[in-house]
Design a protein around this ligand. Sequence first.
Ligand code: GLC
Length: 574
Amino acid sequence: MRAEQRRRRALGRALAAPGNRTSADVRDWWREAVCYQVYLRSFADGNGDGVGDLTGLYQRLPYLAGLGVDALWINPWFPSPMVDGGYDVSDYRAIDPAFGTLSDALAMIEEIHALGLRILIDIVPNHTSSQHPWFHEALAGGPDCVERDRYIFRPGTGPKGDAPPNNWRSVFGGSAWTRIVEPDGRAGSWYLHLFAPEQPDLNWDSCLVRREFESILRFWFDLGVDGIRIDVAHAMIKAPGLPDLGPSDIELIASAAHPGHPHWDREGVHEIFRGWRAVADSYPEPRVFVAEACVGASERLARYVRPGELHTAFNFDYLTAPWRADTLRIAIDSSLSAMAAVGAPAIWALSNHDVLRHLTRYGRPQSDGPVHTLANHSPDGPVDLALGTRRAQTAALLMLALPGCAYLYQGEELGLWEVEDLPDETLQDPTWERSGHTDRGRDGCRLPMPWSGDAPPFGFSPDHAQKVPWLPQPPQWKQLTVQAQTGDEQSMLELYRRALRIRRVHPALGDGSLAWDTTAVPDVLSFTRPPGFQCVVNLGQGAARLPDHREVLLSSVPLEDGLLPGDSAVWLAR
Ligand code: GLC
């Protein structure tokens, strides 16, 4: 173990060699980091039970450091009944036994730092698990107990109280209310859950809830965690009186594009986040937040990252933009200008654990408006995987050249696609059951990583594994393992490695600004970044001419007679 640790530290030092900017040295690392999202259950299984864990991740940290990312965001790792992949937390200060122990987590944090990386974890403040001690106390204490004030309990409507308090809908399907049985056996009041019934919403009007979460933040910051992703940050405050949704609100169930919505993007969330910022700022080294706030317009999003509030927020307009030069440019411009107005960096991502993998999205005919990123809305018809792969390579170079931070979702560097034909009996996302088997949910983007070998589990689990992986991998992923792609210069993995290497050393990349090249033809996105960098992306069919340049730094596919082929991108030194 000692020798292994020494080897890893040496790798950390090598990456930190002069000329290589690493996040470890840069105070404002969070303004320009490339952050790799680790979906822990599917990253690497160290103990052979078919589920990814901290041991598996620890063993693979050199892979991530070598890939060239700056930080890791780890999806919830807390004890959880796993009704919603860990977003149903029963203890915010411990680690789920399926993933490891708190001391494993501490060793992990130390190792991540030794490698020159940062670590962000994922806090779920809108709801707990129904197995959280607070919810047990609220149920056991009876109708008038103070413990119920931590959640949102209301009497039912209708003569017998057997209709829900209002018409709010669960994001996973069905009513957002569930009726409880009181300790004396009678049918009782109802509690709110914007997600699954096993995820009761907390009452953020309660001082106790507020104090508890500030203490949870401190607990993890004290252990060395550098940042926190805030789950459904736009949902925590509900309108007084819990008024019914209007007709337009119902249509917008999963997004918050409608001002005045009774439970999305309410003004009151900002006060909570100002308090959280004060907690983060009480540490000498940066402790940062990234919000998952699905709010319609960039200007609404910018309100979450105003001075004194959160540091960063995901930009979902970019993620849902179709593969078209005009819509991508609008998404880029609106995010850059809205963020610049409040002094925050933009955050770009193409995929995450909730949406259809972008390779698959881009492999289908592109629409004019926002792309449906959820499995249930994805258009029918075959996916052209070769086209999707080519566009995903191009998209990587575009995203990594934009000013700000980029979030990579595990497996995108391997060119993994959405697995849309998982057998019904393997599906685990609550959406599948809650929708009456009409919505297949998000399992297709959450499959275990293929590391090596010719057949599943592709090195995801150790050789002596007792169980098969929790979701079955397609045999075709044989060509996409880390082992198969390493050293293959045409592969997605080597493209990501080269791009991240350049991004780390090139002074133009990361934080900063861009200037569009106004001479570019309509299907081409072309911009310069000082000093001396230009990115050209050809989203059209025909080849495009390149602007004057000194050197080609990197291209997503080989240039053809000095021209940039359709669906490809190039980084130039000017
Ligand atoms: C967020 C998470 C998603 C989860 C939901 C409820 O959107 O990303 O995975 O199901 O919140 O916590």
